[in-house]
Design a protein around this ligand. Structure first.
Ligand code: ADP
Ligand code: MG
Ligand code: ZN
Length: 718
C-alpha cells in the first residue's frame, strides 16, 4: 500500500498535513532527516506510515513511558502491531513483546534509550532486520533543550549496529542550537531538514488585563461546559487556591504540581486524559508526556516565563486540529514577581532572563496581530494582514474613541509627581485616593489630585497600558515607574491627539463554528457517552477510540451505513469493523427519533477505494444493473427501499454507471419540474436535499429528490 492509501484506509484521514508526505517519502528512500514541527503538527504519522511500508522493524525512541503507552494504544486500536519494552511491563508481557519482535509480528518497537542500550535488548535486536530508527522528542539530546537526557547521546553508536538503517529525528523545539545538536549528536549523514511553520492557525490567542482573575476565569469556563482545558499558575500555592475556588463552585477540576505525591499526580493526569475530569489547574510541571488531543483551552492565570514556554504551553491545546482558545491574564504585579526571581540569578543569566521577559511583555502589550511577534520569535515572518484568530485582529478600529483629554490628565500627573512612580500610584492620585502613600508624598495637594474620578481604576489602568502602546509614556520594567516620552510632550501641548478604548478591554471571542460543521449537539453528546463507555471497558482514553472530530462529523452527516460511516474522518478499516455497528446503532436510533436523514460528506466524493469488508453498495448496485427493481432489491437484501436508494446514490457517486429508467418510473415529478430540480442541484450542490427542497418551494417530495439526485449524478459522470 502507498502512504496515501494507508492514511485513508488505516488512519481514516483524507489529507496529509503540510510536510507529512515529503517526510514520509524521504524516510522511505532511507535518507536521514531532522524534522522540526510544532506540537500537534502530526509528527507521529511521519514515521508510523513508513514503518508499515518497511519490511523490517522501526524502532521509536521516546523519553517517557506515558508517551510510548499512548502511541502503542492508539496504534493497537488501528490494528497496527506495535509494542514497547520498558520497566512497566510484567515479566510475562515483556517476554510476549520480545517474541512479537523476533517473529517479525511487530512493525514498531517503542523504547526509552536506557532500554535500548541494555545488552539483552541489543541481543534481541541483533537477529531482526531494523529499517528505521526514529528519535522522537529529539531535543532531549541537547543540553540546550529543556529536557536534556544524557542517554540520548548513545543512540548514534547503537545505530551503527544496524545495516542500512535510516534515522529520522523529530522535535517541536525550534532553536537553531538544538537543531544543530540533534544532527551532530546523532551523527546523521547529510540529513534532510524539514521545518514546518510554527503558526498554529486554529489557536485563538487572547490577552486580557488581569483585573479579577477568579471572576474572569469562571466566566471563561462557563463558555466551555464539558470541554477539557488546562489552567497554568505560577506557584503551587496559586494552584491550590484556584483549585479550591473552582472545586467549591462545582467545576470538574483537579490540581497538579510537584508538591503532590506521585500517586496523586498520576491519578489526576489519568482522570484528565480519560475525560473523567475536565479541567487541570497546574504549574508548568504539567504537560510533558500528555498527548491528549482534545484540549479546548489553555488559560494562563499568571505570566509565563518567556515566549518559548508560553508557546509550548498554549501548544497543548488543539492538537486535534480543532479550534481552541488560549487566554493569558496579564497583570503588572506578575512582572515584578518574575523580576524578583530573575534578580536572584547571576549577572549573565539575569540579562538573558530580562530580555526574555521584555519580549514577552512586548508581545502582551502589542496592538498588532499576536502572531507577528510570536512567530518572529521563531524566526518566521508573518505577513497576513488579519489572522482573524487573535484578540487584536478581531478588535475593531471603530471601537476607538478620542482619549486626548484623559491622556493629558494622566501625563501631567506623571510630570507633577516627578516621573518616578508606577501607574498604580498615578491612578490613585488622579482618582483622589486617601492612601497612605498619597498623603505621605503630599500628592493630595497637587492640582491633578482627584481630577480623574469619573473614570474607574480599571479603566485608568487599561488606559495607561494603551498609552505605553501608543508610545506616549514609557515604562521602566525594572522599577515599574513611568515617564512621559517626546510624543507624550506633544500630547500635553495639545499638538497631538490620542485614540484609545475607554471601556474595559474585554474583547469578545468570535466563536466561529468549528471546522465549519454545524453538528447536532445532542447526538454529539450521545456519541461521546458511548465512546466513554467503550473506552472505560478497555481502559484507554476516549480519544484512542475516536477523536472528537469523528464524533462531530457523525453528528453532522448522520451516516447510517458502513459505507458512509467509512467516509467519516478518523474511521479506518479496523475501527469500522470494531466499532462501526455500535456507533451506527446510536446514530440510526437518533436519526429515526428525530427524523434526520443521512447526508454524504462533500469532501469525500473522490476516489476512495471501496474496502473488501464493505462493498454493500457495490453488491446492490450490481444487482440493480441486473434489472432488479428497487422493490425487489429491498426484499432480496432485507433493507428499506430508502436505504437501497441511498446505496445506489453511493454507487453512482463512486463513478459507476447505471440506467436510471427503473428509478424514474418510481417518481411523480414531471419532466418540466425535473429540469428545475437539476438546476437547483447545479446551483446548490448535491450534498444536502433540504436547500433544494426549499428552492422548489416544497413542490417535490424528498422521495423524488433522492431519486433525482441519482439521475443528476449520473448525468455529471457521463
Ligand atoms: P505531534 O507529535 O507533532 O505533536 P501527533 O503526531 O501527536 O502530533 O498528532 C496530533 C494529532 O493530529 C493526532 O491526534 C493525529 O492523529 C492527528 N493527525 C496527524 N496527521 C493528521 C492528518 N493528516 N489528518 C488528520 N489528523 C492528523
Ligand atoms: Mg509527538
Ligand atoms: Zn491576529
Amino acid at each position: 500500500m502507498n502512504p496515501k492509501t494507508i492514511l485513508k484506509n488505516i488512519f481514516g484521514y483524507d489529507e496529509f498535513r503540510p510536510l507529512q508526505e515529503e517526510i514520509i517519502n524521504t524516510i522511505l528512500t532511507k535518507k536521514d532527516s531532522v524534522v522540526i514541527m510544532p506540537t500537534g503538527g502530526g509528527k507521529s504519522l511521519c514515521f508510523q506510515i513508513p514503518a508499515l511500508i518497511f519490511d523490517g522493524l522501526t524502532i521509536v525512541i521516546s523519553p517517557l513511558i506515558s508517551l510510548m503507552k499512548d502511541q502503542v494504544q492508539q496504534l493497537t486500536e488501528l490494528g497496527i502491531n506495535a509494542v514497547f519494552l520498558n520497566s512497566s511491563l510484567s515479566a510475562e508481557d515483556y517476554r510476549i513483546n520480545e517474541e512479537l519482535i523476533l517473529n517479525k509480528k511487530a512493525k514498531l518497537l517503542y523504547v526509552a534509550p536506557e532500554t535500548l542500550t541494555m545488552k539483552k535488548t541489543l541481543n534481541l535486536l541483533s537477529s531482526v532486520k531494523v529499517d528505521c530508527i526514529t528519535v522522537d522528542e529529539a531535543h532531549c539530546i541537547s543540553e540546550w533543550g529543556h529536557d536534556f537526557r544524557p542517554e540520548y547521546r548513545q543512540i548514534a553508536d547503537i545505530s551503527l549496529n544496524f545495516k542500512n538503517v535510516v534515522i529520522a529525528a523529530f522535535t517541536a523545539t525550534a532553536t537553531p542550537q538544538v537543531q544543530d545538536d540533534i544532527a551532530k549528536n546523532l551523527k546523521l549523514k547529510n540529513p534532510k531538514k524539514f521545518v514546518a511553520s510554527f503558526n498554529r492557525k486554529k489557536l485563538y490567542l487572547q490577552i486580557s488585563p488581569k483585573t479579577d482573575p477568579l471572576t474572569q476565569i469562571i466566566s471563561f469556563l462557563e463558555k466551555y461546559p464539558n470541554q477539557s482545558g488546562i489552567i497554568y499558575c505560577f506557584s503551587r500555592r496559586q494552584v491550590d487556591e484556584l483549585y479550591e475556588e473552582l472545586h467549591y463552585r462545582k467545576f470538574s477540576v483537579r490540581p497538579y504540581h510537584a508538591g503532590l505525591s506521585d500517586a496523586e499526580r498520576k491519578k489526576h493526569q489519568e482522570e484528565f486524559i480519560r475525560d473523567d475530569v475536565q479541567i487541570i489547574v497546574a504549574t508548568i510541571a504539567f504537560g510533558m508526556g500528555i498527548n491528549k488531543p482534545n484540549v479546548r483551552f489553555v488559560i494562563h492565570h499568571d505570566l509565563p516565563k518567556n515566549i518559548e514556554s508560553y508557546y509550548q504551553e498554549i501548544g497543548r491545546a488543539g492538537r486535534d486540529g480543532l479550534q481552541s482558545h488560549c487566554l493569558l491574564l496579564f497583570g503588572y504585579g506578575d512582572i515584578s514577581k518574575i523580576n524578583y526571581f530573575i534578580d536572584q540569578k547571576e549577572e549573565k543569566e539575569k540579562r538573558i532572563a530580562k530580555m526574555h521577559l521584555d519580549a514577552l511583555i512586548r508581545y502582551a502589550e502589542s496592538y498588532n496581530c499576536r502572531r507577528v511577534p510570536l512567530l518572529s520569535y521563531f524566526g518566521e515572518n508573518y505577513t497576513k494582514e488579519n489572522c482573524g484568530m487573535c484578540d487584536n485582529c478581531s478588535k475593531e478600529e471603530k471601537d476607538l474613541v478620542d482619549v486626548t483629554t484623559e491622556a493629558q490628565k494622566f501625563l501631567s500627573c506623571i510630570k507633577r509627581t516627578g516621573e518616578i512612580f508606577g501607574a498604580m500610584h498615578i491612578v490613585d492620585v488622579l482618582r483622589g485616593s486617601k492612601s497612605q502613600k498619597v498623603i505621605d508624598k503630599n500628592h493630595h495637594l497637587l492640582s491633578t489630585y482627584g481630577i480623574g474620578k469619573d473614570i474607574s481604576k480599571e479603566q485608568w489602568l487599561s488606559l495607561s497600558r494603551q498609552f505605553i502602546q501608543r508610545n506616549i509614556i514609557e515604562k521602566d520594567y525594572e522599577y515599574g515607574s513611568i515617564k512621559v516620552t517626546e510624543l507624550g510632550k506633544e500630547v500635553l501641548k495639545g499638538t497631538s491627539k490620542v485614540k484609545g478604548k475607554l471601556t474595559a478591554e474585554e474583547f469578545k471571542y468570535k466563536t466561529q463554528k468549528d471546522i465549519s460543521l454545524d453538528y447536532d449537539n445532542e447526538l454529539f453528546l450521545l456519541l461521546k457517552f458511548k465512546r466513554k463507555e467503550i473506552a472505560d471497558k478497555s481502559s484507554v482514553p476516549p480519544y484512542v477510540i475516536f477523536p472528537d472530530k469523528t464524533l462531530m462529523e457523525m453528528a453532522t452527516y448522520f451516516p447510517q451505513t458502513e459505507e458512509t460511516l467509512n467516509r467519516i474522518h478518523g474511521v479506518g478499516t479496523q475501527k469500522l469493523v470494531k466499532y462501526g455497528q455500535t456507533f451506527l446503532n446510536v446514530i440510526r436510533k437518533y436519526a429515526f427519533d428525530n427524523s434526520k436523514e443521512e447526508k454524504l460528506p462533500v469532501k469525500k466524493i473522490k476516489k476512495v477505494k471501496p474496502l473488501k469488508s464493505n462493498k454493500r453498495f457495490m453488491e446492490i448496485g450490481n444487482a440493480y444493473k441486473e434489472c432488479f427493481s428497487v422493490e425487489e432489491l429491498s426484499a432480496k437484501f432485507a433493507i428499506q427501499p430508502k436505504t437501497i436508494i441511498s446505496h445506489l446514490t453511493t454507487y453512482v457517486r463512486e463513478g459507476n454507471k447505471i440506467n436510471t429508467d427503473l428509478l424514474t418510473d418510481l417518481i411523480e415529478t414531471n419532466e418540466e419540474k425535473q429540469k428545475e430540480v437539476f438546476a437547483a442541484f447545479e446551483k446548490l450542490g448535491v450534498n444536502y436535499l433540504r436547500p433544494v427542497f426549499d428552492e422548489l418551494e416544497e413542490t417535490v417530495s424528498y422521495d423524488d429528490l433522492h431519486i433525482l439526485r441519482i439521475c443528476y449524478l449520473k448525468k455529471i459522470i457521463e
